[in-house]
Design a protein around this ligand. Structure first.
Ligand code: ZN
Ligand code: ZN
Length: 332
């Protein structure tokens, strides 16, 4: 079977770029007949976008576009996992661990947090649980997950935040180093402040801590620090790769092949990198496959390619998740 266990619903910042991307997604499913860039075309587009925004992030009509595309791409199981920082309930957690100081980066991050933290966890859980039945009737299994940012020593607070709902699985992610969101294009100049080898050393330590916290059913995009192409020679990273592989095996934690950086970021490479993937496979790590899509037309992106890669390397089973249990299913 083919699965996509890592995708997101609507997410800010709500820029005009976001509006344009939303329009592209809507058009993918129902293209406007008026000639492009005419006044009539713009009127129709604006009407439709207005409706989309009014209905909100968790409207069934938006969630079911993901279903429509999942069916078209032959996905059997899908996991939706909004980011923890989307939810107002988590504000104090992010205020504690992010740099929101009056420094330039701190101010940018404060603005960003206010732009993206707009929803409630309860609404998200309710919307996905209701969608499960609709999806099952169409032959696609939908799972409820969440992508949780891990910070060193945030274990207890994170467990508390996650304890209120019956997740099918929890993804652990590292998107921040020393309180800095390194995958935000607006703050990427900060890479120049660091010695890359040291930065990667510290990063993999946080990843290892996340794995060993045993909070997560899988740990996502294990080498996403490469997002903007700041990476030392990979031969210097192999010992880190080995350490991460061992931690995953010892804690029986899975990971993913995630296509997000491949089709949406400058590095244009899957996570993990080919060398990292080989080490993980050699050590016997368990995988799932992910598009890390943020729009319904991107669901399942590169899942076929990554499924083939795993099969070629001798992997025959894929990790799926239900009620916090990992269930291995036949791949392909
Ligand atoms: Zn992520
Ligand atoms: Zn994600």
């Amino acid at each position: 079977m083919k699965v996509d266990y890592h995708l997101h619903l609507e997410e800010g910042p709500y820029s005009l770029r976001w509006l344009n991307r939303t329009n592209i997604a809507l058009n993918h499913f129902d293209s406007i007949h008026e000639k492009q860039h005419t006044r009539e075309w713009l009127n129709k587009s604006m009407e439709r976008l207005m409706l989309r925004i009014q209905k909100g992030a968790y409207d069934p009509s938006w969630i079911d576009l993901y279903l429509q595309e999942a069916k078209r791409k032959g996905l059997s199981e899908v996991g939706i996992v909004d980011h923890l920082y989307r939810f107002k309930e988590t504000r104090s957690y992010f205020e504690k661990y992010l740099d929101l100081s009056s420094s330039e980066i701190g101010m940018k991050q404060q603005i960003w947090l206010d732009q993206v933290m707009t929803e409630s966890m309860e609404d998200f859980v309710k919307a996905i649980n209701e969608a499960k039945q609709r999806w099952a009737a169409e032959g696609v299994t939908l799972r409820l997950g969440i992508e949780a940012d891990y910070f060193p020593d945030s274990d207890e607070e994170l467990k508390d935040l996650l304890s209120c709902y019956e997740w099918d699985y929890v993804i652990g992610s590292v998107h921040y180093m020393y309180g800095w969101g390194f995958d935000n294009p607006d703050t990427q100049e900060k890479f120049h402040q660091y010695h890359l080898e040291e930065l990667y050393h510290d990063f993999f330590q946080v990843i290892e801590k996340a794995i060993r916290s045993k909070i997560f059913h899988f740990v996502a995009h294990l080498d996403n620090l490469k997002v903007f192409n700041y990476r030392p020679d990979e031969s210097l990273l192999l010992s880190h790769y080995e350490k991460i592989a061992k931690a995953l095996v010892e804690t029986n934690t899975a990971t993913e092949i995630n296509a997000g950086l491949f089709y949406r970021y400058p590095v244009k490479e899957m996570c993990p990198s080919p060398q990292f993937l080989d080490i993980l496979i050699k050590e016997g790590v368990t995988f799932t496959t992910s598009s890390d899509s943020h729009f319904p037309d991107d669901i399942g992106s590169y899942v076929d390619e990554n499924t083939k890669t795993l099969l070629k390397k001798g992997i025959t089973e894929i990790a799926t998740f239900e009620k916090r249990n990992r269930i291995m299913k036949t791949l392909g």
